[in-house]
Design a protein around this ligand. Structure first.
Ligand code: ADP
Ligand code: ZN
Ligand code: ZN
Length: 763
């Protein structure tokens, strides 16, 4: 819409609508100089906004697409991104306002990133401005100048490396010390250099001018500064690894998706490292996506150790905004580098992209759960396709979606056999139906724990926490303590002596007596990690028990500290949740006990079994090494369940075939494609009425889709707002998208707050 309309004449979308807008090819470079910029703004409207471009010839001549602008909007101004430049607007010229400023001295957003964002906008049915701004570092959204963001680090250039030592007098102590610090040629944080001496700042400035040193992104050092570390010895690949590496490298210069399957420790990371090395050697850039950086410090350290001289750009959520922008610009420069990042990194501008890796591709944290609800894994595949580069999805337990793509011949399967450095653990079930449990712990498990304790080995008690947070229960009448603002039950936090709501954050003191029957003996039910920790401590008084969960590991620092304590054998028994299952390596950990796994067998979520299989496989991978074989004990009331049989044999193919067959029969994804319309309002009738109207309207459109009845999600009321959701399902992606294209524009309604989730993973 035109800016002038926004200045007070009421908002109107551009007449021809967004979805058509963004599909139209850019007209940049056409013979008539564009006069009008179509700009994406961070507003919740599915449209671009038209503005007149300044007449200065150099601005119009420069590439315009992807450039940042400041434009008048409402009573103030906003930052936008030019997505199109056209000769004229469909609105009368006298209604258009002019662009206030074109940020022409900074690089424009790359075309392929814009294409990816435009795809995401259409596919996830999100306003275009919201999508584009999702991808940008906050500094750029806020309108800060980004031409010379403060550098994080400096490093020696090629000429600096050759010239500097001889060119500095032996008596120039400060210069000598600065050179020593830079000698390894790895990036050194500017702060550290400046601490070397009072006039370091000036010397460094001079050297930058001479071209001896250059600003660069800081190599992410989770470990100690990597200064003079020699390059590590690269292991010779096993034949399976070599086969995988060669298959990827031999892929013709076109989109080539691979699924690399191998249990933890089978050598997947080694394959990534070889592929990244080849990428760097050919002067290109590799993008490595990981689910959560804080939980995979070892992967980072391996990349650092392998490529001490290469630029390693780490992007995760706890960077300062300055760092984020600096690193984003470093990637955008096109210099050879490896970018390691969480899901948002899929939007990083990488002009030299040569490889995409998605590690732990099955991990649900690749799906963004608010705003632009994208799947970083799916967009990573698209990015590879747009750039004609190989994409490697790695996992011990691939998602059934990816596995089905292998079955359909769309992805190539590369498999690594079992771990090279360890025998597979012995996995077995303990039938808990006819035994007394002590706070959820069986005698078998306690005996096994004692045996490890005597041998000086470590154990992990893995608590499957889904649906098992300890609520306060009255054993006499069955009353459980509810949250006053939600329909959730409050969770007992023993240490703090509090009840907390994990949905809305409500906190209150522990209730002493049952309000229904007066019973004063209220007990926490279920087995939260805190209760297990306490029970273990009582049963094994000599053991050093350590609980690892979100509460005990706020921040990355805390987690590495815990990690170090475990490796230094300061801990005998670990109690942990999902986060303990991820890629850590504790050589003396030989026993894993699994409790509470059964709740996932009969969950209402059709993906619960897949998640359980993945978790148990991952956690089993924590136990044992070649010299110290591992054991996994699964406590269950359903020891004959086929899923446990597959877990015990570690037979992924059998599990996947069976699960896929079930999905096919039930018509669940990947044999159906879904979208979930979520809505919330203060009154239940309002949400349900809204969804019923939306469903009726959708049905009237006459598409080949199934529209289910509105339902309340497991937690129907959060912070005083009622929630409900409506599932739409179609036999193909195309059919679903055709329906959504027509349906979504009719959804806006001021009476409720709503959002659409395409390919939802959480219901
Ligand atoms: P994954 O990523 O599948 O968990 P890694 O690549 O981390 O597996 O390998 C597990 C361990 O085995 C690591 O310590 C790694 O250094 C080692 N390793 C991997 N491949 C080889 C190899 N070809 N030769 C010797 N050691 C290897
Ligand atoms: Zn009671
Ligand atoms: Zn609550």
């Amino acid at each position: 819409m035109s800016a002038s309309a926004h200045a007070g004449e009421g908002a109107q979308p551009v007449p021809d609508g967004l979805r058509h807008d963004v599909e139209r090819p850019h007209v940049q470079g056409s013979s008539t100089a564009p006069a009008v910029a179509r700009v994406a703004l961070d507003v919740p409207l599915p449209t671009l906004f038209d503005y007149l471009l300044p007449s200065a010839a150099e601005l119009r001549a420069a590439p315009l697409i992807g450039r940042r602008v400041r434009v008048p909007f409402g009573r103030g101004s906003r930052i936008g991104i030019i997505l199109e430049a056209v000769a004229q607007s469909s609105l009368p010229v006298d209604r258009l306002k002019s662009v206030l400023e074109v940020f022409h001295d900074e690089p424009a957003l790359d075309a392929d990133v814009l294409d990816l964002l435009q795809f995401a906008t259409r596919y996830y049915h999100h306003p275009i401005g919201g999508s584009v701004f999702t991808a940008l570092p906050r500094r750029l959204r806020d309108g800060a100048r980004s031409t010379s963001p403060r550098a994080e680090a400096l490093r020696l250039t090629e000429s600096g490396h050759l010239l500097a030592p001889g060119a500095v007098s032996k008596k120039a102590v400060l210069q000598r010390r600065l050179l020593d610090a830079l000698a390894a040629r790895a990036p050194v944080p500017i702060e550290r250099l400046q601490q070397i001496g009072a006039s370091a700042r000036k010397v460094l400035r001079d050297w930058v001018q001479c071209g001896w040193i250059e600003a660069c992104a800081l190599e992410m050092s989770v470990a100690s500064p990597s200064a003079a570390r020699p390059p590590e010895v690269v292991p010779t690949l096993t034949s399976a690894q070599l086969g995988a590496v060669q298959a990827v490298l031999a892929a013709p210069a076109q989109f080539a998706p691979f699924l690399l399957r191998g249990v933890t420790g089978s050598g997947k990371t080694e394959v990534y490292l070889h592929l990244a090395a080849s990428c760097l050697a050919s002067g290109r850039q590799a993008l490595v996506l990981v689910p959560e950086i804080g939980l995979t410090p070892q992967l980072l350290q391996r990349f650092e150790a392998r490529f001490p001289a290469a630029e390693l750009i780490v992007l995760h959520s706890d960077l300062s905004e300055g760092q984020r922008l600096q690193r984003w610009r470093a990637a955008q420069s096109g210099r050879p580098c490896v970018v390691i990042g969480t899901r948002l990194a899929v939007f990083t501008p990488l002009p030299g992209l040569g490889l995409v890796v998605v590690d732990e591709e099955h991990d649900l944290s690749y799906k963004q759960q608010e705003g632009l609800r994208y799947s970083a894994r799916d967009l990573a595949l698209l990015r590879g396709k747009m750039r004609s580069v190989p994409v490697v999805l790695g996992s011990a337990t691939p998602s059934l979606e990816s596995y089905a793509n292998v079955r359909a011949g769309r992805y190539r399967l590369l498999e690594l056999p079992e771990r090279a450095d360890a025998r597979p653990p012995h996995i077995h079930c303990v039938d808990t139906r006819r035994m007394q449990l002590r706070h959820g712990l069986s005698v078998h498990l306690l005996d096994a724990l004692r045996a490890r304790l005597e041998r000086g080995e470590q154990s992990l008690v893995f608590v499957n926490r889904r649906g098992f947070a300890p609520a306060l229960v009255c054993a006499a009448c069955g009353w459980t303590c509810p949250c006053t603002r939600c329909s959730a039950r409050l969770v007992v936090h023993l240490k703090a002596q509090q009840l907390r709501c994990h949905y809305c954050g409500h906190v209150q003191p522990v209730v002493r007596a049952c309000p229904d029957c007066g019973n004063q003996d209220l007990l926490p039910a279920g087995h939260g990690t805190q209760r297990i920790e306490q029970a273990l401590q009582e049963a094994l008084p000599n053991a050093r028990v350590l609980r690892v969960d979100r509460d005990t590991t706020r921040g990355r620092e805390a987690f590495s500290a815990l990690h170090a304590r475990i490796r230094d054998l300061e801990v005998d028994v670990l109690v942990g949740t999902q986060m303990m299952a991820k890629g850590h390596d504790f050589p003396r950990l030989t026993l894993v006990g699994v409790i509470n796994a059964d709740s996932s067998l009969y969950s209402s979520d059709f993906r619960a079994a897949e998640r359980l299989y993945a978790q148990l496989t991952q956690v089993a991978g924590r136990a044992g090494r070649a010299e110290l074989p591992g054991e996994v004990i699964i406590q269950t009331a359903f020891p004959d369940h086929p899923l446990y049989a597959h877990v015990c044999r570690q037979d992924f193919h059998a599990f996947a075939e069976e699960a896929l067959q079930e999905r096919r029969e039930m018509r669940f994804p990947p044999f159906a494609h879904q979208a979930l319309l979520r809505a919330e309002a203060t009154r239940r009738e309002a949400v349900e009425g809204y969804l019923q109207r939306a469903a009726a309207h959708g049905a009237a459109l006459g598409h080949e889709v199934e529209i289910f009845d509105p339902v309340a999600p497991p937690i129907a009321r959060v912070a005083g707002r009622e929630r409900a959701q409506l599932l739409v399902q179609a036999g193909s992606r195309v059919a679903l998208q055709r329906f959504l294209d027509e349906w979504v524009p009719s959804l806006p309604d001021r009476s409720v707050r709503w959002s659409l989730d395409v390919d939802p993973v959480d219901y």
